[in-house]
Design a protein around this ligand. Structure first.
Ligand SMILES: [Fe+2]
Length: 414
């Protein structure tokens, strides 16, 4: 059954096809992708105005020797390394953000270079805000809250130049304007996002994911897949975002499992860096969904890694959403077609086919398939439901979930 356009437009204000009433799309980060780019880091970053660079990273990455190469690359371009902060934990918090900003300030840095996964890059973004504008991290919580010219009505003031070298292929944080940071006392993750937080430069070099453990490559790759699928099916979908999401899914289809099972495959790892980059683009216009609403509180309360949580939750969300209407199920059918899956049958069948495909990938890559395997107790569900209901991603999901819907999805995923 296909709904006429006027009915599609009426479903809870949802508009899953046709010419949209409004959207904006932003992708301002300069991306350089290729081999051997770490050696040319200073050359590229100098074009963004960097002179004295504060490097933000974590101890594990520093231990691989990558930071030595990065420092050499920075110096070879005529820039100075002002500081190296390597204290970012897997789930960065407000205290770390402040410490990194203070070190950069004390050492006279004028630019930030993040070398790491999502936690490192998000730390660098928010450290840059504190470095430039001062204040405490939570004071900047929310969207579009950075200082602007003309009494707040004009162009936002620039931050220091930020370049990112992602060492996982998943979050896409190197081309997004959001930082997700943990508040450890409050057991929640807060977001800060504004246009100046877009990194000026993203450097995608397969050398930077050479030592990535397969389990992390799998989890972060599933995060990218979740961004692409949720972006494509979100009520905030856009034609621009669709183009990015579908190409991301093509690259994920051809490269994710290769990159996990054959970590020495430079082409697969390089293509996954690009896929993660493309997959995050729809989120610039808020196109995301409730796999993320389910995953955020699981990370905040039970430390479930973000990509693992998404890999577990995504199939259940696909089946839930597709039951919300044929216009939604048809978006999943497009994805089935791209992935070479069956597209026939009713809405539930199509969604189940895609969900089973995702479950199969998760199993083949050796990721956990149950929340109970990663430390979530059944007694935690009410707390998780509360977090999911309040999550911003819930508002843009194509089907509106109730508390009971969320509880049921958690129970199924448990
Ligand atoms: Fe994500």
């Amino acid at each position: 059954m296909t709904l006429p356009d006027e009915e599609i437009g009426d479903l809870h204000g949802r508009q899953m096809s046709g010419f949209k009433d409004f959207y904006q799309f932003v992708a301002p980060t300069r991306v350089v992708a290729g081999r051997g780019l770490i050696e040319g880091l200073g050359f590229e970053f100098s074009k963004e105005g960097a002179k004295r660079v504060a490097i933000i990273t974590d101890a594990v990455i520093r231990g691989t020797g990558l930071i030595d190469k990065v420092e050499q690359g920075v110096r070879d371009g005529g820039l100075e390394v002002a500081a190296v902060y390597d204290g970012v934990p897997p789930d960065s918090d407000a205290g770390v953000v402040v410490a990194a900003a203070e070190q950069a300030k004390a050492e006279g840095a004028d630019a930030f270079l993040a070398v790491g996964g999502g936690s490192v890059m998000d730390t660098a973004k928010l450290s840059n805000v504190i470095f430039t504008h001062g204040g405490e991290p939570r004071e900047w919580e929310g969207y579009y809250g950075l200082p602007r010219a003309d009494d707040g009505l004009g162009r936002p003031f620039d931050l220091a130049p930020l370049a990112c070298v992602p060492t996982t292929a998943g979050t896409g944080s190197e081309v997004s304007f959001a930082a997700v940071i943990k508040d450890r006392e409050e057991h929640l993750k807060f977001q800060v996002a504004d246009f100046p937080m877009y990194p000026r430069l993203a450097v995608l070099d397969p050398d930077s994911t050479r030592t990535l453990p397969p389990a992390i490559a799998a989890a972060t790759g599933m995060d990218a897949m979740t961004h692409a699928i949720e972006g494509y099916v979100s009520r905030e979908w856009t034609p621009h975002g669709d183009a990015y999401a579908l190409e991301a899914l093509r690259l994920i289809r051809d490269n994710l499992e290769r990159a996990v099972t054959a970590p020495s495959d430079d082409d697969a790892r390089g293509n996954m860096l690009i896929a993660a980059n493309l997959a995050i683009a729809p989120t610039s216009c808020n196109a995301i969904g409730i796999a993320h609403s389910l995953s955020h509180p699981a990370g905040a309360h039970f430390d479930v890694p973000h990509g693992v949580a998404n890999a577990i939750n995504l199939p259940w969300v696909i089946e839930f959403n597709a039951a919300g209407g044929t216009d939604i199920a048809n978006r999943y059918r497009d994805i089935n077609e791209l992935l070479g899956l069956e597209t026939g049958g009713d809405d539930a069948t199509g969604a189940h086919t895609l969900a089973e495909h995702v479950r199969g990938m998760v199993a083949r890559m050796g990721l956990p398939s149950r929340l109970s395997e990663v430390g979530v107790p059944e007694s935690g569900i009410p707390l998780l439901v509360e977090g999911a209901m309040g999550d911003a991603c819930t508002l843009v999901n194509p089907r509106e979930p109730t508390e009971e819907d969320f509880a049921e999805m958690y129970r199924k995923a448990l």
